[in-house]
Design a protein around this ligand. Sequence first.
Ligand code: URA
Length: 247
Amino acid sequence: MKKTPTARIDKLLGSTGYGSRAEIGRLARAGGVVLDGEDVLDVSRRIAVTPDLSARMEIDGEPLDPVPGLVVLLNKPLGMTCSHKEDGALVYDVLPDRWRRRDPAISTIGRLDKLTTGLLLLTDDGDLLHRVISPKRHVAKVYRATLARPLQGNEGVLFASGELMLEGESKPLAPAVLEVVSPTEALLTVTEGRYHQVRRMFAAAGNHVETLHRERLGGLALPDDLAPGAWRLLNPDESASIFDEPA
Ligand code: URA
């Protein structure tokens, strides 16, 4: 069983973005740090760092932010970018400002293009991130694509072949599964995360993707009630469901 981590209160609050040790000391002396209903005066005290701390600790009268190990599910809206190198609003901008100062930092688990919408995960858990994007895990990603031209009928075989080579690459794509929804709409399940993969797959089949939306990652589906731009934290069972087979 994993050992419960412990940390000094000032260190924990520092790494969750609440300020320097000196600032946290001052805040505590002013009565701004409360644990289990009691003012914390000694911020050098070590405590167990467990997810229930957000319910047990208040900072300036507000519940403590999630402790390290958080996973955020975002319904990425059109036009937001995952990369600091691109122009435009960043997916990180939807999260509270203080979360920018967290250490470990929050990163996206893989990326979606600026013009792709849907299920995007962000986490500060490096192990989880690597497990999800590792090619060895074959975590399925399900995309809904709308297309500029009607499907020709041969795309499913091409994508499933395990022989499709994208332009500029030297290794063929792993087999992918195409489900036709209408002549110009399809669901595509891939297990890799190559650059602009879905758009390039349809381009290789002589088509053009007009809209692209990620609906599912492994066993985790984007909930219908999460509006574009909205996000919420995943609970541990939901995070674990990423490694389940898609339903
Ligand atoms: N494939 C793409 O082409 N774009 C994405 O954002 C994700 C998969």
